[in-house]
Design a protein around this ligand. Structure first.
Ligand code: FMN
Length: 369
């Protein structure tokens, strides 16, 4: 938290993020777009897409595989091969050239995968519990997700190693930092929550054990990059991907308190009331977590100009992430500054396809010409 009266700040106020200077408090939320090229390489279009959005104070990329085994959807990029690192370098170069900052979001999908992505082998997870009613996009379209296999301990250690290598690759690709994807029912969240983690070794049972993998990954990334270039995303109380935790306040309260001791770049919370169809759990919002986390807090989920300013002025968050508004408005900060109308996002072009719905949303200047 930067030490000024929160009442005086708004989304356009600059912010000091550890070693980095943000020009405003608007973050582009991580958005999977499923347009990676063969080899799971970010494309030249990705460089254009992200650099168009360099007016954000900070861009967080789409979720990106730390290791080859962590993929769960078609055409999501990786950062585990040297070709991928070279392709990402074009993205970071283009964003920096336009004065932006960019973190890469690192994930392993865990059970939210399909044998098509794993050389015919079953997905892996803390425990052999299938997500009910969840499908994934493969090269042959939507497919049901089979029951995963529980990870062996040596495999867990290998995954921690993949995150470390991915952090080193992120540095070499020119990223300003990494965000560890601990949200939305993917591997690290699957370990945290008791609905998906029924292990009896030191990665299961107590909350300290269930959080062990997340903290090992953070420690490795921090060793490589410095903790002030490592952010973490969590979705306390979220039910996306068939997640369920019987004591969300205790579990996430513990995790957030521990995170607050690590001098991280930030903690990024998806508030549970923000996902359509979910029951709002008001006390799992930033209001609950802010007192537990004095460091930089980002909130996400359904924010517009007014709500974003309100949460900043109340001192409940330091930064606000915008997902769909940034997807459809490359010049979102400029539009909000001017009180201009926003382009509406088109969900039909969220995932897959080409330039349409990706790099062709007009700026204000383009719309006027
Ligand atoms: C098309 C799409 C892709 C998304 N991909 C990711 C992702 O890769 N990683 C992640 O943590 N969240 C992802 N999310 C969630 C967003 O980051 C964000 O939390 C959500 O859209 C709510 O914010 P909004 O109301 O401003 O859009 C995605 C959301 C959408 C709509």
């Amino acid at each position: 938290m930067n030490a000024i009266d929160p009442g005086a700040i708004d989304i356009f106020s600059p912010y000091r993020l550890g070693p980095l200077q943000m020009k405003n408090r608007m973050v582009m939320a991580p958005l999977t777009r499923s347009r990676a090229e063969p080899g799971n390489l970010p494309s030249n279009m990705a460089a254009e897409y992200y650099s168009q959005r360099a007016g954000a104070g900070l861009i967080i990329t789409e979720a990106t595989q730390a290791g080859a085994g962590g993929q769960g959807y078609i055409a999501t990029p990786g950062i585990h091969s040297q070709q991928q690192v070279a392709a990402w370098r074009k993205v970071t170069g283009a964003v920096h050239q336009r004065g932006g900052l960019v973190f890469v979001q690192l994930w392993h999908v865990g059970r939210i995968s399909h044998p098509d992505f794993r050389n015919g082998e079953a997905p892996v997870a803390p425990s052999a519990i299938a997500p009910r009613g969840v499908q994934t996009y493969t090269a042959q379209g939507l497919k049901d997700i089979p029951t995963p296999r529980a990870l062996e301990k040596d495999e867990i250690a290998a995954i921690v190693g993949e995150f470390r290598a991915a952090a080193a690759n992120a540095k070499s690709a020119g990223f300003d930092g990494v965000e560890i994807h601990g949200a939305n029912g993917y591997l690290l969240d699957q370990f945290l929550e008791d609905g998906t983690n029924q292990r009896s070794d030191d990665y299961g049972g107590s909350i300290e054990n269930r959080a062990r993998l997340l903290f090992e990954v953070i420690a490795q990334a921090s060793q490589v990059l410095g903790s002030d270039r490592v952010g973490v995303r969590l979705s306390p109380g979220g039910t996306f991907n068939d997640m369920c935790e019987s004591h969300p306040h205790d579990t996430f309260g513990y995790v957030v308190r521990q995170l607050s001791t690590l001098n991280l770049a930030y903690l990024h919370l998806i508030e549970p009331s923000s996902t359509p169809g979910e029951h709002p759990l008001p006390d799992l919002s930033a209001r609950y977590f802010r007192p537990l986390y004095p460091g930089t807090l980002i909130v996400a989920g359904g924010y517009n100009h007014e709500r974003a300013n309100a949460v900043l002025k109340a001192g409940l968050a330091d930064l606000v992430a915008f997902g769909q508004p940034f997807l459809a408005n490359p010049d979102l900060p400029e539009r909000l500054r001017r009180g201009a109308a926003l382009n509406a996002p088109n969900p039909a072009t969220y995932y897959g396809g080409g330039a349409e719905g990706y790099i062709d949303y007009p700026t204000l200047a383009q719309a006027a010409s």
